[in-house]
Each structure stands twice: as structure tokens, then as C-alpha cells.
Ligand binder design. Structure first.
Ligand code: PLP
Length: 402
């Protein structure tokens, strides 16, 4: 199962650009532990530079501070810890026992890492509340506000809401501006999970996907998903970086330094002490492709996905299962001779048959309970011929499992 293959269309397809692979080797060669500015001035300052560049490319306001973590899961966990710190700084000293329940709001489409983060922070799964979605898989803002009112009436403390820009199953986009306005009214932290889709905002025609994010408290995007940086590299942007330090900073004697203020010690921004020099590979990618080069490649992926969706739509017996604003298409084979109750098993068999050819690799999800296939375009070397081969393999598999 080769993630860097142009016909890997599963999950969110990704790409390790050759230039970033070279950077990765250089990172291992330098073997920096970027924990204190003193131990790693270049790694620290380059991280500040690339985070500002990336933030500006995506149209984020300069008051956001960007910090690189390994994954969006850890970035999300860290954001929730900052939200908890803002809500009640005493928890850091006293823990949560005897405290009212803290509430985190998500939807059925929110990525599972948010629940894991709530588990790890002692918030508890039962306090992660799923707000209903509309038929396009977007959080309904009024339902969010009603849920807050019910929780407050029940003695609970609303802490954070997670809005997703590009959900994992179907790339739906929550109405961030409306959710943010409600969150602000009630003192609730707004975290935006744009792990996959956020980087699309580099293209002016997709800048709308981050509308409303300028008022978020935190936002995560993953250069290791759709920006050609090899695993791992995830960027968390926060409006108030002091909250991260207040949540996490703890300086034992052996790490104390006399460096004057104005330098950043990244060990203060999360659980980790030593950190990899991840900024270098992102810097290589940004310098190598340039803004225009990145835009051209992202647009090419979106265009390939749109072309595939057109073929599916035009073919009798096949259907596109959800809107495809970016480079992911959800679809299924629904021939009239099959009963609706047979379609899930049929599409599952079809996916296994297609994958068993070894020519392509696809994954699935369930939308409104129905099994659908997902084709994600994200590799630098994926061409129209690759997508056409996927379509041929799928049609042939559909015939063989019918
Ligand atoms: N958020 C979304 C929307 C995702 O799709 C994913 C992974 O696909 C994640 C978060 C988790 O990403 P990571 O593997 O960087 O933790």
C-alpha cells in the first residue's frame, strides 16, 4: 500500500514532494531538538517565518501565531487545553474533580481526534455533544445555540466548539462565521479543523472556505495532507499564544535559560519537550513551488476530481453521493436492478474488487447510513490517465461483482 503512488486515491491522498524528502534527510542530518531557542535558534526562527508565510498565503490575520505539531490530532488536543485554560485557569493546579462538566460541541462529521482529546483532558466523552447537521453535513448554528442554552440551564460549562472546514468523510464545510458569532456570545472557544481543506485557501477562488476563520480562537491545517510535505507536519494557529504557555509551560532548572524576552521556547507550547525541525521541509516546499506553483497543483487536483465526478454523473447506474467542493468525490454504483437494501454490500464488494486489482486504492465512508466510495486526488504525479484508469477499474469491478 504505497501512499506516494499516483493511483493512491484512498483516505486523503497525499504527496511527499522530492524537495521535501531531501529536506527530511537534512533534518535527520542536523538532528536538532527544537525545544528552547538556545538549543535551536535556526529551527525556532524558521518555524516563525514559515508559519507567517503560510498564514498569509491562506489569508489568516497576522495576529494569529502558528506553531508546528506532528498532527492535527495533537494540535486539536492542544487547542482544547488552551480553551480549558481560558475557561478556568484553576484546573491546571487543582484538576477537574468536583468541577461542573465542561462541554465540547462537534457534529457527527467531526474527526474522531476531538473526542480523543476530550478523553485525554479528563473532559469525558459524554461531554462531547453532537450538534445536528443539515442535509449537506454542515452544523446547524441554531441547534448549537439551543444546546448551549440547555447545557447552561443544566449547570454545565460550555467550553469549546469545533467547526470543520473539509470534513473527513465528505469535505463538507461548517458555517464558521455563524458558529463563531454564537461562540463569542457565550464565551465558547472556536477551534476550526481545516486539517485537509485549509490549504486550498491559498487559491483566491477557494479563499471563501476560510470565511469566518479570522474570528476563530484556533485553527489547524496539515501541510502533510495537501501541501506536499511528508508526514508529519501540522500547523496550529492560535489567536492568543499566551494561553498555550499558561496551559503548558513548566520550566525545571536544567532547562532554565537567561535568554532575554522576545525569543520563543517551543517546549512551552505543548506536551513535548524535544521537537523535530519540521519547519525546514515546509520552507523547502514553499521556496521550491512558490505560491503560484502550489496554486497550480491544487487547482489541477480539484479539476481532476471534478472530471471524475462528471464521468460518474453521466454514467447510468452510478451516482455522485455528495457535493465535491475540492478534490474528494463520494460516489456509488446504484444500478436499477439492485434493491436499495443491496447497495451497501454491492459497493463494498466493488471496492474490494477494485482494490484487489492492485491498480488503484480507494476507501469508503457512510453518508446517512449508506456505504459510499471515496476518490481523493492529492498526489503531485496523479494525471488524467490515472483517474481514467481508476474509472475503468471501477466499472469493470462493478461488472464482475454484479
Ligand atoms: N481532521 C480532519 C478533518 C481529518 O480529515 C484528519 C485526518 O484525516 C484529521 C483531523 C487528523 O489528522 P492527523 O492525522 O494529522 O491527526
Amino acid at each position: 500500500t504505497h501512499w506516494n503512488h499516483p493511483r493512491f486515491f484512498a483516505y486523503f491522498a497525499t504527496s511527499a514532494a522530492p524537495v521535501a524528502i531531501a529536506a527530511e534527510a537534512l533534518v535527520a542530518t542536523l538532528d536538532v531538538k527544537a525545544m528552547l531557542w538556545r538549543t535551536s535558534p535556526a529551527a525556532t526562527e524558521l518555524e516563525e517565518v514559515v508559519m507567517r508565510w503560510l498564514g498569509r498565503l491562506m489569508g489568516l490575520p497576522d495576529e494569529f501565531t502558528g506553531i508546528i505539531y506532528d498532527t492535527a490530532s495533537i494540535g486539536g488536543f492542544t487547542a482544547l487545553a488552551a480553551a480549558r485554560q481560558r475557561l478556568d485557569p484553576s484546573i491546571r493546579e487543582h484538576g477537574m474533580s468536583g468541577q461542573p462538566d465542561l462541554r465540547v460541541y462537534i457534529t457527527e462529521h467531526t474527526h474522531s481526534h476531538v473526542e480523543k482529546g476530550a478523553i485525554a483532558l479528563g473532559i469525558g466523552r459524554r461531554n462531547v455533544v453532537r450538534v445536528p447537521c443539515d442535509s449537506s453535513g454542515r452544523m446547524i448554528p441554531q441547534e448549537f445555540e439551543s444546546q448551549i442554552a440547555r447545557d447552561v440551564a443544566g449547570g454545565k460549562r460550555p467550553m469549546a466548539v469545533v467547526a470543520t472546514v473539509g470534513t473527513t468523510s465528505m469535505t463538507s464545510i461548517d458555517p464558521v462565521a455563524q458558529i463563531g458569532a454564537i461562540a463569542r456570545r457565550h464565551g465558547v472557544w472556536l477551534h476550526v479543523d481545516a486539517a485537509y481543506a485549509g490549504v486550498a485557501a491559498i487559491c483566491p477562488e477557494f479563499a471563501w472556505i476560510l470565511e469566518g476563520c479570522e474570528s476563530a480562537d484556533s485553527l489547524v491545517v496539515n501541510p502533510h495532507k495537501w501541501l506536499f510535505v511528508p508526514m508529519d507536519c501540522s500547523a496550529l494557529y492560535v489567536r492568543d499564544e499566551a494561553l498555550l504557555r499558561q496551559a503548558f509551560s513548566l520550566v525545571p532548572e536544567y532547562l532554565a535559560t537567561t535568554d532575554a524576552g522576545g525569543v520563543r521556547n517551543y517546549m512551552d507550547y505543548g506536551l513535548q519537550l524535544g521537537r523535530r525541525f519540521r519547519a525546514l521541509k515546509l520552507w523547502f516546499v514553499l521556496r521550491h513551488f512558490g505560491a503560484q506553483g502550489l496554486r497550480r497543483r491544487l487547482r489541477a487536483h480539484v479539476a481532476l476530481a471534478a472530471e471524475f465526478a462528471r464521468w460518474v454523473e453521466e454514467e447510468p447506474g452510478w451516482e455522485v453521493a455528495a457535493a465535491h467542493p475540492l478534490a474528494l468525490v463520494c460516489f456509488r454504483h446504484a444500478p436499477p436492478e439492485l434493491e436499495p437494501t443491496q447497495l451497501d454490500a454491492h459497493n463494498e464488494r466493488l471496492m474490494h474488487a477494485a482494490n484487489a486489482t492492485g491498480e488503484i486504492f480507494l476507501s469508503h465512508t457512510k453518508l446517512d447510513g449508506a456505504f459510499v466510495l471515496r476518490l481523493s486526488v492529492g498526489n503531485l504525479r496523479t494525471s488524467l490517465a490515472d483517474v481514467a484508469m481508476a474509472w475503468r477499474v471501477l466499472r469493470s469491478a462493478a461488472g464482475s461483482v454484479a
